[in-house]
Write a protein that binds this ligand. Structure first.
Ligand SMILES: [Zn+2]
Length: 507
């Protein structure tokens, strides 16, 4: 009996507290929505989600609620924080309370999962909920393959349903520069085009089909604004000093040898990287970052920093001279010097720098945040040194890995094996961390590298439901997580993805 009752409340991610009650609230065409004026957009959003359309003048300010749905401000509840909410459903009314519009938005995400579309009813319940972590992210690599704006917006709609709030946009790569920079038009004229790509079944062979494309600044503004309407922050990534041959192909003076360079056709790591001893490189990157900062209001700016081969720096007179003049020990310290200069530039403009865990090598920049991908160790070290951390270890967060041990049944992928249950079992705070260090773990993120993911359909297949499991990891209380229970709730959740036009594995 209890199980049947609770089956009516299959919410993902699992709320912190959920108390079921008897009875239902029934939506009708005359149900009115009352909204705290500051959150009117959330009221309009809810109206669009309801199973039938209400007349728009049914949205009112929240002064005199008389039945209906009320989205209101709590004042300042320390319990709810900036993203938490209190949802109360009774036969008489639905009330969502929050400190901030973001909390109301997440209350609405829970509410929409409780609506029984067939009957237009919502079971009575009291929910108090707030996220465990502030950083609940998804990364999309558009360097290897581009994705249409329409897909990215749909992804935001689906992320919102999951209460995911960070979209990390990997915009530059060896295989393609994808962001328009007005001061350097060749970055997109030359850097966004490769002459061929590896074929999925054999990455040593090329298809000989040109591949090209980029996001114009107007499109980027559109994406950033749409994300904001879904309470998602877009964090741009401009890769440096490695993964940069598309930029070198456009402006060969930025490399150690002067080129010529080609946008890379194969996957993998290119040995040609930005020259770390060239003042021209720093001027170029500062110009690029100026345009990036004008497009992206995010506090964090991602500068890559991963997988940077040092062999050309070892032979470059300018790089070696910079090592000597700055008393650096080796090329790892040269990379650290490079990253520190970039960090100082970003900090002076009120932004924070984040990079992959290789930025630890040669010494971490003073205020850097570390994205730990080669396991948890980089994150542990960074937290120990008092730096903030986002956990994205390959073994739990790389959604380009296979989802089945039997790869013959799966589309070609980059390798690895990351089944749904392993994502669900992820714990972003490692036992090595003290309570103080744990405060530095901002959250976690699922990464979608797209070497083997050319289409939105394939992206959906690789992302979901693994991102659904991750959403519960970063939102819900760790002691309440239970995989069989999650699997059961997932059965009710997945049809929502289908309805939203997002592909997933098992569809
Ligand atoms: Zn050099």
């Amino acid at each position: 009996m209890k199980e049947n009752v609770l089956a009516r409340y299959h919410v993902i991610p699992l709320p912190v507290q959920l108390a079921p009650f008897d009875g239902v609230f029934t939506l009708t065409q005359s149900t009115r929505i009352f909204v705290w004026p500051e959150a009117r957009g959330v009221g309009e959003y809810l109206q669009e989600l309801l199973p039938f359309s209400l007349v728009s003048n049914h949205i009112h300010n929240d002064t005199i609620p008389a039945g209906g749905i009320l989205l209101t401000n709590t004042g300042a509840s320390t319990l709810l924080g900036s993203e938490g909410y209190h949802l109360s459903v009774s036969p008489a009314a639905v009330v969502v309370r929050a400190n901030q519009p973001a909390g109301l938005f997440y209350g609405v995400q829970t509410l929409r999962q409780l609506i029984r579309a067939d009957s237009g009813t919502i079971p009575a319940v009291e929910i108090v909920d707030r996220p465990r972590f502030p950083w609940r992210g998804i990364m999309l690599d558009v360097g290897r393959h581009l994705f249409p704006l329409k897909f990215i917006k749909r992804l935001f709609d689906v992320m919102a349903l999951h209460k995911l709030n960070i979209f990390h946009w990997h915009l530059t790569e060896d295989q393609g520069w994808r962001i328009e920079i007005k001061k350097y038009p060749k970055l997109t004229k030359i850097g966004s085009r490769r002459t061929a790509s590896p074929i999925p079944s054999d990455h040593e062979k090329l298809d000989e089909k040109p591949y090209q494309g980029y996001y114009a600044q107007d499109h980027i503004k559109e994406i950033v604004a749409y994300a904001a309407s879904r309470f998602i922050t877009v964090i741009p990534e401009i890769e440096m000093p490695g993964h940069s041959v598309a930029a070198l192909a456009s402006y060969p003076d930025l490399g150690c040898t002067g080129g010529p360079y080609k946008v890379r056709n194969y996957w993998g790591i290119e040995k040609d990287v930005f020259c770390a001893g060239s003042e021209q490189v720093f001027s170029f990157l500062k110009d690029v970052l100026d345009e990036v900062l004008s497009l992206f209001p995010s506090k964090f700016i991602h500068i890559g920093g991963d997988e940077c081969p040092k062999s050309l720096w070892e032979q470059c007179p300018k790089c070696q001279d910079t090592i000597l003049r700055n008393n650096l020990k080796d090329e790892h310290e040269l990379q650290s010097y490079f990253i520190r200069r970039i960090e100082a530039y970003l900090n002076a403009r009120g932004r924070r720098m984040i990079g992959w865990d290789e930025i630890l090598e040669g010494g971490l920049a003073p205020n850097a945040t570390v994205m730990s991908w080669r396991g948890m160790e980089g994150g542990i070290q960074a937290a120990h040194e008092g730096h903030d951390v986002v956990m994205t270890p390959t073994n739990h967060c790389y959604f380009d890995y296979y989802q089945s041990a039997d790869v013959s049944t799966e589309p070609p992928a980059i390798g690895g094996y990351l089944p749904l249950e392993t994502v669900y079992a992820f714990e972003p705070v490692p036992p090595e961390c003290t309570a103080g260090e744990a405060q530095h773990i901002l959250g976690a993120q699922g990464n979608l590298w797209t070497e083997y993911i050319p289409t939105p359909k394939q992206a959906g297949y690789m992302l979901f439901p693994r991102a659904t499991a991750l959403a519960e990891v970063v939102w819900s209380a760790v002691e309440k997580r239970n995989y069989p229970d999650f699997e059961q709730r997932l059965q009710a959740f997945l049809p929502l993805l289908k309805k939203m036009g997002m592909n997933y594995r098992g569809n």
